[in-house]
Design a protein around this ligand. Sequence first.
Ligand code: NDP
Length: 478
Amino acid sequence: MPKRLTTTAGAPIADNQNSLTAGPRGPVLLQDYQLLEKLAHQNRERIPERTVHAKGWGAFGTLRITNDISKYSRARIFSEVGKETPMLARFSTVAGEQGAADHERDVRGFALKFYTEEGNWDMVGNNTPVFFIRDPYKFPDFIHTQKRHPRSNLRSPTAMWDFWSLSPEAIHQVMILMSDRGLPQTPMQMNGYGSHTYSFWNEDGERFWVKFHFKTMQGHAHYTNEEGNAKIGETREGYQESLYGSIEDGNFPKWRFMVQIMPEKDAEKTPYNPFDLTKVWPHADYPLIEVGEMELNRNPDNYFAEIEQAAFSPSNIVPGIGFSPDKMLQARVFSYADAHRHRLGTHYEALPVNAPKCPVHHYHKDGAMNFMGQQSGVTDAYYEPNSFDGPAEDPGVGEPPLRISGDADRYNHREGNDDYSQPRALLALMDEGQKSRLYGNIAAAMGGVPQDIIERMLAHYDKVSPEYGDGVRAALAG
Ligand code: NDP
């Protein structure tokens, strides 16, 4: 026997085929509450899509610790070798809307939520170790260049290259975007990076700066522009198909989780600003240390509930993991949680996919859709301090002081930065085929861009290396 169909209020439904009408030819009666409820729900099926990272693909899995890093971090997730923590991953493109094709050249989001015993830790990264800008003041401007032109309602290569040519800090990330790694074949065949510098702190209150890396164990695989376009001709949903299909088939994708660790005092000595999001820490200076293995092994049962409503935020850290002076990180700590309150509502963290798997006790009250009631767990304890045994702070999880000092000012973030050496180091890693595809992809993306903007960009490439500038010039001419 199938379950009995009901309204949302639980009343059994006798007829789910026909509207309630005054005679077989109509009209419909206003009192047909079943019909009204059905139409009203349809009108509310969509929620605001994310302004960036609108199209995503996700799955659940496990992080297993394979190496003891407890001397760097007291985070419970790292407490013993062999420990397993359940997690969720959501991959995404950045610029395209929810209906965009998966195989477009774009940076990919790489967002992870670890349900640890001391709260959720979100590692909200990308498949690139750096970003286009280093000062969050420019973030809305940058995203406007990636989105549609207000008049044509088309994406504008002129806007993109104009902004990049006026923002030398973008050259490193634009290079990765235009290289082979800018168009991965599937979400399983790319690395993930925390990109920002975060910090670790241990039981003794010592702080270390840290970068997070998730290295694909499937191997890197990319499409050329031509292959990507052909793929889009076959399917606009290639990432969803490959991730979902692979997990359904029992082929669980894996990533090696690694960190780079910088002693706190080193930050005063490095020739580059270690908190600059447009820079990596060279591996020769700060080698990768293995931490664990991440495996995705369960598809969501309901895409909307578990992936569209998944809310990742860099503000979700746990004792043993902290922030750093990275300006972009501070802005994201505000901006991501704010986006979710707008998109999902005040109590978005209580939705099952976002809810921690550890006890949650707080004194926030009421608000739209509060279905949890009083979260202090004690009826009379709805403020703090109180005499009714309500939840209380635990000084034992206090973070050691973040040693930062300086004069408040609007510092010119483009002054005194070397924006060219790290792109030069990346060029040196590329073989001739990779270089030629890089130059070709840049030239193809510059179609229709005014010559003065192209010249400004070529001047940057010349500063990286004359080989780079000449390579792009030749590709533009060809
Ligand atoms: P290394 O040779 O020690 O490390 C190179 C890193 O670059 C590896 O993580 C590798 O990733 C990645 N890489 C290799 N080829 C490419 C490519 N064609 N496109 C993008 N990434 C690639 O050098 P350094 O640490 O001194 O870094 C040199 C340059 O490499 C940097 O300026 C940066 O542009 C790039 N890079 C550096 C990273 C870092 O954290 N240091 C991370 C990623 C890129 P994999 O092992 O997965 O193949």
